[in-house]
Write a new protein. Structure first.
Length: 235
């Protein structure tokens, strides 16, 4: 009854609607391509950013390695200088100890032959020792940044019994303690190897025993009103 003939409508391909469809398809294709291009550009930018970050990390690691290597070289140089300075100080101390020991031996050899000059020789040897090690007198301490020591302690450490005896005769105090709280005898015991410091320990013990048990001292009342303790033998 009702018939539909599409020849009157479908047969017309170049209608405005068809043109709109064609334009929309082209626009979508352009948008798709533009989106792909933007994605490609973004991917390339991200890749370059990652590569730059990796390069920066590698450079930072290289610089850190170079700085550490420089620090190690500086530490090695410092340790080498410290060892050399220590060896030089030990050499100088050994030379001074040898000079003092030689003076002490000369004093011992001439002790019996020149009894009248004993005091002068003793004073000369003690004076030389004090000068070489930077002491002002037999009872004065020499201080540095970390500790202080005394002439008797230094002689006890060196293991020179003759020098210890001379210092005691010149008025050194065997009961004096250094900044570590040690007496000269305790220092000698610390550095004693076998019998290396036996003479020093004997001299200190003998002098202490004499000081404690001797009856050769007396109190002398001076005109100024104070009391001076002096040995009868006189030192």
């Amino acid at each position: 009854m009702f018939g539909f003939d599409c020849s009157s409508s479908c047969g017309k391909a170049d209608t405005p609607a068809a043109g709109i469809v064609k334009v929309s398809s082209a626009l979508l294709e352009d948008m798709r391509q533009e989106s792909q291009e933007q994605a490609r550009v973004a991917d390339e930018a991200e890749l370059r950013r990652r590569e730059a970050a990796k390069a920066a990390a590698r450079e930072a690691e290289r610089q850190a390695d170079a700085e550490w290597l420089s620090f190690e070289h500086q530490a090695e140089d410092f340790e080498l200088r410290r060892r050399r300075e220590g060896e030089e100080a030990a050499r100088r101390e050994a030379e001074v100890a040898a000079v003092v020991a030689a003076a002490a031996r000369q004093w011992q050899e001439k002790e019996q032959r020149r009894p009248a000059g004993e005091a002068e020789m003793r004073k000369a040897a003690v004076s030389s020792f004090l000068k070489d090690y930077g002491f002002t007198d037999v009872r004065s301490a020499k201080r540095n940044l970390v500790r202080s020591t005394y002439p008797l302690h230094k002689a006890a450490k060196l293991g020179c019994g003759a020098l210890v005896a001379m210092l005691l005769q010149e008025g050194a105090d065997p009961a004096q303690r250094d900044s570590w709280g040690q007496t000269a005898a305790e220092v000698a015991q610390q550095y004693n190897k076998g019998i290396s410091h036996a003479v020093v320990l004997r001299e200190l013990q003998s002098f202490s025993s004499e000081s404690e048990s001797s009856h050769e001292t007396k109190a002398v009342l001076c005109s100024g009103g104070f009391v001076r303790t002096a040995r009868m033998a006189g030192a």
